[in-house]
Structure formats: structure tokens, C-alpha cells
Design a protein around this ligand. Structure first.
Ligand code: NAP
Length: 354
């Protein structure tokens, strides 16, 4: 790839949007050219809107971005490729409108993840599902990434599903504060405390992994046939969702064999080189006291899923602990990797021309 192409960022002032803006600085394939937020921020320069919680905005975002004016998402956009970090409550109709206008929208929001004609992509797991874009009804296209906890879970389940077949999964999550967006729960609610409910999260964990690990045939994805039961909790950790996972396999396997399959997972990208793809999709940690959010979330620049404590489960077959950086692998990095996959498949050139 020799030329950088312009991209637009919607929801640029939010938790995920700011992380995307950081990761787009000096990106080899993309140049952040336009940014949008809510009508309350429109008209402000990006730098003025994000000054509240950053000491050195210039080194984080670059001086050009600080001066860019914030627009509203429904405005006319120059770039064909738009990254969306909008709240789901507003993403639904807006993202469709932008796809209808000929843009390729790569979205973090949950609004369209389960739509039959919208691919739900983790590039190392199901890059073939991108073909769904060809069958979409809009002039442009819409591609989504999964929920932040689902990304980590699906990455761990993919090699196990391939090697042994999955029957049932039980997962209990300990989710970081940054997963709640801005402003998030109050300090008063979180100090010395754990919240035992995150709206909508258990439902996403119960259905998104099966779509990702499903089979594309013609114009539909047949979901993989396993069940997921989830408990989700908000904990006072800044970044990094920890998950305690138990799996029942279709073909019985010892913990050592499961650990070997997880450690050897290469992913489905083959020779496709994407700038944000980590060298290791999964890193298996030997120490019983790992993974831990503070120590392990930044592995592979936040894109590697860390797994430890693979052992026999007294109820299912095998259990383990995993950690995913919710803001990077689970959100901004996930969307960026999807955008890179789209560019590597020349989708960014094709949409809008049809
Ligand atoms: P957030 O911190 O609340 O940010 C929301 C962004 O959307 C801000 O830029 C905000 O602009 C803008 N916005 C709010 N209402 C709007 C409206 N009516 N019209 C246009 N723009 C509007 O949320 P977030 O945590 O970044 O999450 C963004 C999306 O990513 C959500 O769909 C979320 O579910 C998903 N996601 C988040 C995570 C995570 O770890 N946080 C992980 C995976 C997926 P203002 O600054 O002007 O209000």
C-alpha cells in the first residue's frame, strides 16, 4: 500500500473515538481528515473538546488534528471511509443513511451487528464474512466489530471450535471502567465496589460469538451451534476486561491439548499483512497469577489476547482466564483492523462506485 487515504471519524470525542484518533496518528494507510461529535460539540475544534483530560494533546493526537473543526455526523463527508464510534442509540439510522450515501462505514456500535447482511468481523477469525458487503442493499457498505468482551472470548473460542468443536460456554466477566464510555459510572459507585449488571452485555455475549464463528454460505451466515451463558460485572479497573471461561467441547480434550491449541493459534489472515495486526493473536501465560489487567493488557500494543490458568473444569471440560484490552482490541483497534482489512481487499475503492 503506497498511498494514504482520507478517513472520517464519527464520535471522535468519546472514549473509543479518542483512542481511534491516537491510533490514526501516523497510520501508514489512513489519514484522519474529518471528525464529528454531537451537536453539543459541533463547531468546536477537536483539541478544545478533548482538552479536559489530557496533559499533552499535541503529542497524543498531533497538532493538525487539534485544529480540525468538529462536524455533525449527518453533514456531507469528503472521505469515502468513515469510522463510527457513535453510541448505539444514535448509530442505527445514521450509519444506514451514510451507507446509502455511498460511504463505507466501519462501526463499533451494536445497532447492526446482528443484521443478516452486515458482517461482524474479527479479521483473524472470519475475514471471509466481508463478502456480505457485496450483497448489501446500499451504494456504500457497513462493517461492524463485536462487543469488547466478545472480541476476547471469540478469539479464545475460535481455535477450540476448529480443533474440538464447542458445545457450551460459560463466561463471567470483570469489565473495566473505560468500557462504559464517557463519563462512565461515578467514583462513588465504583470505589470499594463491583456492579453486577451491565445493560445489554450478557445478551451480546450470548449471540455474537456464534455469528463470528459461523459459516458463510451464499448470502447468509449460519451461526455456530454452541450456547453461551454470561455473567457480566463492572469493576474498578481502568482498562482491560478479565474473563473466567469454562467450555464444554464436542470432542473431549485434556487441558494440555487445549493449551497447545490456544498457544499455536495463527489466525486466518495468512499472507495478508495488516498494520494493526499483532504478531501473536493469543499469548498463553504460564504463571498461575496471570493474566492481570495492569500487567498484561498492553501485550501486542493492546491487540493480543492473553490467556492463562488453562485447567480441568469440574463441571464442563476445561476452564481458563483471559484478558482483552477493551479499548484497543475490543473497540478502536478492532475497528481499525477491520478498516485495514477492507482496504487490503480494495473495498474502500469499490463502494460508492456501485
Ligand atoms: P462515549 O465515550 O459516550 O462517546 C460517544 C461519542 O459519540 C462522543 O464523541 C459523543 O460526542 C458522540 N455522540 C453522543 N451522542 C451523539 C449524537 N446524538 N449525535 C452524534 N454524536 C453523538 O462512548 P464510547 O465508549 O466511546 O463508545 C462508542 C461506541 O463504541 C458505542 O456504540 C459503544 O457501545 C461502542 N464500544 C465501546 C467500547 C468501550 O470499551 N468503550 C468497546 C466496544 C464498543 P460528544 O462528545 O459531543 O458528546
Amino acid at each position: 500500500m503506497t498511498e494514504r487515504i482520507d478517513v472520517g471519524l464519527i464520535g471522535a470525542t468519546g472514549t473509543v473515538g479518542r483512542q481511534l484518533a491516537r491510533q490514526l496518528r501516523n497510520h501508514p494507510w489512513f489519514r484522519l481528515a474529518q471528525v464529528a461529535a454531537s451537536s453539543a460539540s459541533a463547531g468546536l475544534a477537536f483539541g478544545a473538546a478533548v482538552v479536559d483530560d489530557i496533559d499533552d494533546a499535541e503529542s497524543a493526537f498531533g497538532s493538525e488534528l487539534l485544529d480540525l473543526p468538529l462536524r455533525e455526523p449527518a453533514d456531507i463527508w469528503e472521505p469515502k471511509l468513515l469510522l463510527s464510534a457513535l453510541p448505539s442509540a444514535v448509530a442505527g439510522p445514521l450509519e444506514i443513511e451514510l451507507a446509502e450515501r455511498g460511504h463505507l462505514v466501519v462501526s463499533n456500535a451494536s445497532s447492526h451487528r446482528m443484521d443478516p447482511d452486515v458482517p461482524l468481523i474479527i479479521p483473524e477469525l472470519n475475514p471471509d464474512h466481508l463478502e456480505l458487503v457485496d450483497r448489501q442493499r446500499w451504494r456504500g457498505g457497513l462493517v461492524t466489530n463485536p462487543n469488547c468482551s466478545v472480541v476476547g472470548l471469540a478469539v479464545a473460542l475460535a481455535p477450540l471450535h476448529l480443533a474440538f468443536g464447542l458445545d457450551a460456554v460459560s463466561v463471567s466477566t470483570l469489565q473495566a471502567l473505560s468500557g462504559a464510555g464517557r463519563p462512565g459510572p461515578s467514583a462513588g459507585a465504583m470505589v470499594d465496589n463491583v456492579l453486577p449488571h451491565i445493560a445489554g452485555e450478557e445478551e451480546k455475549l450470548a449471540c455474537e460469538p456464534q455469528k463470528i464463528l459461523g459459516t458463510l454460505a451464499g448470502s447468509t451466515v449460519t451461526p455456530a451451534a454452541f450456547r453461551v451463558s454470561a455473567h457480566t460485572h463492572r469493576v474498578p479497573v481502568s482498562h482491560g476486561h478479565l474473563q473466567a471461561v469454562s467450555v464444554r467441547l464436542r470432542q473431549r480434550a485434556e487441558p494440555d491439548a487445549v493449551a497447545a491449541v490456544l498457544a499455536g493459534f495463527k489466525g486466518a489472515l495468512g499472507d495478508t499483512r495488516l498494520p494493526s495486526a499483532p504478531a501473536k493473536v493469543i499469548e498463553l501465560l504460564a504463571d498461575d497469577n496471570r493474566p492481570q489487567p495492569r500487567l498484561d493488557r498492553d501485550r501486542g500494543d493492546g491487540m493480543t489476547v492473553s490467556i492463562g490458568r488453562v485447567r480441568r473444569c469440574e463441571v464442563f471440560d476445561v476452564k481458563f482466564t483471559l484478558l482483552v484490552h477493551n479499548l484497543v482490541r475490543g473497540a478502536a483497534g478492532a475497528a481499525l483492523l477491520n478498516a485495514e482489512l477492507c482496504r487490503s481487499r480494495e473495498l474502500t475503492e469499490q463502494v460508492g462506485a456501485r
